[in-house]
Write a protein that binds this ligand. Structure first.
Ligand code: DMJ
Length: 592
């Protein structure tokens, strides 16, 4: 039975450890180049061992140097590691793996795949065992599809609106659609890839398992032209929003047939986390003010009821009373999410609280009892999760604060010291005695290593602020890609937001890109040092149109256009040109 609150609130506040502005040990900022190489070596130590000892199984078992399937047998670690290969600059291996996946991954198999996560539930639904899922496969394939050109893959004529990895992602996602056929529109947690939802499948699904589809599904609908994916994701989000309590909170498990909350603990962690993550990332990716408005409303309620001195606790969703003063390792994504809405100060304060826990154990225990300042029984493990490193990457990009690099250094040092074994890196079963578990979850290569590398590689193409880009000819006209502002899905697979404008280009958007290009070239003329790569031969020319050669005609043509109804970009208009181009909607601080 997990720990429950027995401590009066007043005492609770007194007990809360206060750790603000703690400098890193030794005070010297880590050398990014040195740690970049260390992280790259960590990746290949694990990746090469997976290929040698575990492929085609889903995951490596590092203590027994073999592999096992974790619910789906899709060679998940290979799919999850694909875009990390490109971020580390290994285009040849990226190209090889794209071929391997096309020849090996088959979704027409009689297995029950979890739609988002599969829970081995205990009475309090707090016991969540993650099984990698079809959902993550879709994200990994979509991201690799959109990065294919940058990786030098021979793409087909209609790319990015068609391609083998896109078709695989679409096929996998179509296997998930039967789960959404419920009276509420909220999906079941598990689906059989051949037969759909099994009769008798439990109708209880966690909040994250309902609210974590918009990033992948909207991208899929934009690239394939089939709105069904975005539609089901939006309905599920709207149902959750409509099910929130009067004090504006959601629980962590709900019955998707009745819409009744089954588990009413409310927090930012297990079973809920990526719902909030996708409201923000969906809002930025789709410039959708409604999604952002939903998140900001939740953020107010979360602040009012669950935040105590920059720690976040669990409360009863209807009463707002504290039910569990616990910090879960999964919650360490929150400071990074706060930085995405520009709430840097609050993000840093919470980050520093979480960093103290890392320093205490050399990792983040799954559950940490805040008033007691120690691990929760049977929750002392650290499966090499990425969340605190993910937040450090976002916050370092926003602030340049060296403390964030120090967390990266500490993470490399302790993961190498505690979990490195001959055949990879092993989940830490217990941070108190460093006992290891025979598991290396695929998110270690997809997320933990990737965010560490991006923390130490400020010039990586992922961090591009729009100063370089690719203009691509698609069946729908020209579109801009690779200008930066990538949106990471919940498994750290980067989605290029500009790609969503490539395949069903609304006329207005075409004009908008032309405006931006026109503004860009007038800027280029001013700033000669600007570098530009184009896929099509020769400099960009506005599309030929009757009598449009001279700029006057263009202005005239533009004035004839109906005024745009489009929602103004989420990006603040004061942003300099380069970031506007960067992604049509990024809200990161633009350092240029
Ligand atoms: C991953 O599966 C995903 O990041 C998910 O969003 C949270 N849990 C793990 C990493 O901790």
């Amino acid at each position: 039975m997990p720990f429950r609150l027995l401590v009066p609130l007043g005492l609770l506040c007194a007990l809360l450890p206060l750790h603000h502005g703690a400098p890193g040990p030794g005070g010297t900022a880590p050398d990014p180049a040195h740690y970049r190489e260390r992280v790259k070596a960590m990746f290949y130590h694990a990746y090469d061992s997976y290929l040698e000892n575990a492929f085609p199984y889903d995951e490596l078992r590092p203590l027994t140097c073999d592999g096992h399937d974790t619910w789906g047998s899709f060679s998940l670690t290979l799919i999850d590691a694909l875009d990390t290969l490109l971020i580390l600059g290994n285009v040849s291996e990226f190209q090889r793996v794209v071929e391997v996946l096309q020849d090996n991954v088959d979704f027409d198999i009689d297995v029950n795949a979890s739609v988002f996560e599969t829970n081995i539930r205990d009475p309090n639904f707090m016991e969540v065992i993650f099984y990698q899922t079809l959902h993550f496969v879709v994200g990994g394939l979509l991201s690799a599809h959109l990065l294919s050109k940058k990786a030098g893959v021979e793409v087909e004529a209609g790319w990015p609106c068609s391609g083998p990895l896109l078709r695989m992602a679409e096929e996998a996602a179509r296997k998930l659609l039967p789960a959404f056929q419920t009276p509420t529109g909220m999906p079941y947690g598990t689906v059989n890839l051949l037969h759909g939802v099994n009769p008798g499948e439990t109708p209880v699904t966690c909040t994250a398992g309902i609210g974590t589809f918009i990033v992948e599904f909207a991208t899929l609908s934009s690239l394939t032209g089939d709105p069904v994916f975005e539609d089901v994701a939006r309905v599920a989000l709207m149902r959750l929003w409509e099910s929130r309590s009067d004090i504006g909170l959601v629980g962590n498990h709900i019955d998707v047939l009745t819409g009744k909350w089954v588990a009413q603990d409310s927090g930012i962690g297990a079973g809920v986390d990526s719902y909030f993550e996708y409201l923000v990332k969906g809002a930025i990716l789709l410039q959708d003010k409604k999604l952002m408005a939903m998140f900001l409303e939740y953020n107010k309620a979360i602040r009012n009821y669950t935040r105590f001195d920059d720690w976040y606790l669990w409360v009863q969703m209807y009463k707002g009373t504290v039910s569990m003063p616990v910090f879960q390792s999964l919650e360490a994504y929150w400071p990074g999410l706060q930085s995405l809405i520009g709430d840097i100060d609050n993000a840093m304060r919470t980050f520093l609280n979480y960093y103290t826990v890392w320093k205490q154990f050399g990792g983040l225990p799954e559950f940490y009892n805040i008033p007691q300042g120690y691990t929760v029984e049977k929750r002392e493990g650290y499966p090499l999760r990425p969340e605190l490193i993910e937040s450090a990457m976002y916050l370092y990009r926003a602030t340049g604060d060296p403390t964030l690099l120090e967390l990266g250094r500490d993470a490399v040092e302790s993961i190498e010291k505690i979990s490195k074994v001959e055949c990879g890196f092993a989940t830490i079963k217990d941070l108190r005695d460093h006992k290891l578990d025979n598991r290396m979850e695929s998110f270690f290569l997809a997320e933990t290593v990737k965010y560490l590398y991006l923390l130490f590689d400020p010039t990586n193409f992922i961090h591009n602020n729009g100063s370089t880009f690719d203009a691509v000819i698609t069946p729908y006209g020209e579109c801009i890609l690779g200008a930066g502002g990538y949106i990471f899905n919940t498994e750290a697979h980067p989605i290029d937001p500009a790609a969503l404008h490539c395949c069903q280009r609304l006329k207005e958007e075409q004009w908008e890109v032309e405006d931006l290009m026109r503004e860009f070239y007038s800027l280029k003329r001013n700033r000669s040092r600007f570098q530009k790569k184009t896929m099509s031969s020769g400099p960009w020319q506005p599309p030929a149109g009757p009598g449009t050669s001279s700029s006057e005609n263009e202005d005239e043509a533009r004035d004839k256009r109906p005024t745009k109804q489009k929602i103004p970009l989420l990006s603040c208009p004061s942003q300099p040109f380069t970031s506007k181009l960067a992604l049509l909607g990024q809200v990161f601080l633009d350092s240029s």
